[in-house]
Design a protein around this ligand. Sequence first.
Ligand code: ATP
Ligand code: MG
Length: 189
Amino acid sequence: MFNLVIFGGPGSGKGTQSEKLIDRYGLTHISTGEVLRGEIAAGTELGKIADSYISKGNLIPDDLMVSILAAKVDRLMPSSKGFIFDGFPRTIPQADALSEMLEKRGEKIHSVIGLEVPDDVLTARLIERGKVSGRDDDNADTIRKRLDVYHNTTSPLREYYIRDGRYRSIHGIGSIDEIFTRIVEKIEQ
Ligand code: ATP
Ligand code: MG
């Protein structure tokens, strides 16, 4: 298998670039945000719990998030030639759980694609997205909170993956195709 993590702040383009990577490399997309929004839309018990965190810009607790992810991985692994993890890991414990989970199954993360976008650009993109996304976390107050959570809790993972040599830094401003070209260049290096 060939497994990637796509990493970056809220609105950095993880979902958009994942779709293009799937087309190019035939990978399986696992977006934790999409999984959770699916549960919310279906009105499940899990969805209700998830909504109480997401709508405030907070992260879902690690143990819950890890068990959701493990179930997804197990279901999709037999038919997959590789995963793109989008929105996971978001904390150091999640990253440890992910390596452990993959190791047990004889797999690993090959590279972490880090989309580097400054906060002012992220904020502007999310405000724009909020006008059409219908996502109730794309509003000014929640966006500010999500950026705080990103800097305090998620961005230490950047150093974590830089230290172990798997981080691939991508300049995340430009057209969707320009950014995609940069990602493909890094992957094929
Ligand atoms: P992008 O626009 O780059 O795809 P995003 O931050 O807008 O990123 P999602 O990745 O879809 O959006 O996440 C939306 C919300 O779902 C998060 O703010 C968080 O509350 C919850 N969530 C998603 N993934 C995780 C995770 N790994 N751990 C905890 N909570 C998560
Ligand atoms: Mg997303």
